[in-house]
Every structure is written in structure tokens, then in C-alpha cells.
Design a protein around this ligand. Structure first.
Ligand code: GTP
Ligand code: MG
Length: 222
């Protein structure tokens, strides 16, 4: 069973990640599938911000992913800068049955660059792969975009539980690799007297107090 609570001392790392993409592409269902193994055929549009946790193992470390989900609809969105603050990964979701949601990825990528962390891990996800007969976006088009923008890419179905776990785990593992490399570099710099004072700090800030009362006070090392 997935651990979905913010349980103090239960993890080695805590990573904040965000879901973005047009309304009704399936962001909330991808999250509920990953965090609780649940799917809702009649889910309502998200209003404001929600988030969920799930623990995963990467090597011998326990990583707690804190995954934020907001509204695709502009009028229901919360403060954009707070949403992205401290996020180390983003899942950029479109619906393979609606071409418009793929065209709009330009807008989402622009927002990601404006508000997101410079080396944020980004996974492009074409959701609703169960609806093959209704496909409007070819895999090749998405692969081209992913290559151009240097993103990982995967098609998923939250409904049939296809690739959902893989897409989240790919994002989490990549973040882990970057974080542990930074941690290693910081340690090296620490032992080099010439670099004292230049230690790099890995940001795993989850300062959510502008949008949520559940501010995390830090159980995990960064
Ligand atoms: P906003 O909160 O408005 O931004 O939308 P969202 O991206 O969170 O979409 P949501 O998860 O609420 O899903 C929208 C609709 O798509 C719902 O009716 C879901 O049941 C349906 N849906 C989500 N994922 C899939 C999928 O993989 N396959 C199919 N067939 N339907 C899906
Ligand atoms: Mg939603």
C-alpha cells in the first residue's frame, strides 16, 4: 500500500513536484491513481490547489514525493509563483484525444520557464491512451517536441493504469539523481578549503503557507 501521508521521519528525501496542463487532460486522476490507486470517471475540475504524497524507494533511500495539482482553468488557479516555488519536477500533461491541449503546451512551457526552477525535471505526458480510436496527437509529434525541449516523454492512461507509475517514478528518479549529484558536489566543495563559503544548497523547499495551512517543517535532508 502506498504511504500517502506526511509522516515525520519516514523519508530520506522530500521532493516537491507539480502537475500542469489544460483543464480535463486528467491531471487529478493521474495523481489519484499514483497516490491512492483510484480513478474517477466523473471528477470535477480542480479549484485552487490540492496535493498528495507518496513514498517510493530509489535504491536504498526512501523518497517522499509531494505532488501538487492545480486547475487547468485560469479562473480556478491559485497564485502561480507559489505553485512553482521549490518544485524540482513537473509533469506536463496533454490529452491525446484533444489536439488543442497539445498545441497549448507552448504556453505551459513558457510558464514553466518563467516561474520554475532552472534545472527542473520535466516529463511530458500524453494521457488517455486508452482512447486510441479518438487519438488526435501522434506519438511522433510528441516525441519530436520532447526532443526539441529536452523532456522525457510517455503516454499514460489514468483510467487503465497504464504507465502512470512509470511516469512518476521516472520523474522522481531523475530528481533524485540530480539531488544526489548536487549533494556530492557540495561535499567535495566542503572538503576543499578554497571553496569554503560556496557550498551549494539543494532546494527542497515546500513553503506552501500562502496556499495551504499544512506547512511542512522539514523531516528530510536536502
Ligand atoms: P482540471 O482540474 O480542470 O485542470 O482537470 P484535470 O486535468 O485535473 O482532469 P481530471 O483528472 O479531472 O479528468 C478530466 C476527465 O477526464 C474526467 O472525466 C476523467 O474521468 C477523465 N480522464 C482522466 N484520465 C483519463 C484517462 O486516462 N482515460 C480516460 N478515458 N479518461 C480519463
Ligand atoms: Mg484537476
Amino acid at each position: 500500500m502506498a504511504n500517502t501521508s506526511l509522516d515525520e521521519d519516514s523519508c530520506d528525501y522530500l521532493f516537491k513536484t507539480v502537475l500542469i496542463g489544460d483543464s480535463a487532460v486528467g491531471k487529478s486522476n493521474l495523481l489519484s491513481r499514483f497516490a491512492k490507486d483510484e480513478f474517477y470517471l466523473d471528477s470535477k475540475p480542480t479549484i485552487g490547489v490540492e496535493f498528495a504524497y507518496r513514498n517510493t524507494k530509489v535504491g536504498d533511500k526512501t523518497v517522499k514525493a509531494q505532488i501538487w495539482d492545480t486547475a487547468g482553468q485560469e479562473r480556478f488557479r491559485a497564485i502561480t509563483s507559489s505553485y512553482y516555488r521549490g518544485a524540482l519536477g513537473a509533469m506536463l500533461v496533454y490529452d491525446i484525444t484533444r489536439r488543442g491541449t497539445f498545441e497549448n503546451l507552448k504556453k505551459w512551457l513558457h510558464e514553466l520557464r518563467e516561474f520554475g526552477n532552472r534545472d527542473m525535471v520535466t516529463v511530458l505526458v500524453g494521457n488517455k491512451s486508452d482512447l486510441l480510436d479518438l487519438r488526435e496527437v501522434d506519438v511522433e509529434d510528441a516525441q519530436k517536441l520532447a526532443q526539441l525541449e529536452n523532456l522525457c516523454f510517455m503516454e499514460t492512461s489514468a483510467k487503465d493504469n497504464l504507465n502512470v507509475e512509470d511516469a512518476f517514478l521516472q520523474m522522481i528518479t531523475k530528481i533524485y539523481e540530480i539531488a544526489s549529484q548536487k549533494s556530492l558536489d557540495a561535499k567535495k566543495n566542503e572538503s576543499n578549503p578554497n571553496l569554503v563559503g560556496k557550498k551549494e544548497i539543494i532546494v527542497v523547499d515546500v513553503d506552501a503557507d500562502e496556499v495551504s495551512p499544512n506547512k511542512h517543517t522539514g523531516c528530510c535532508r536536502s
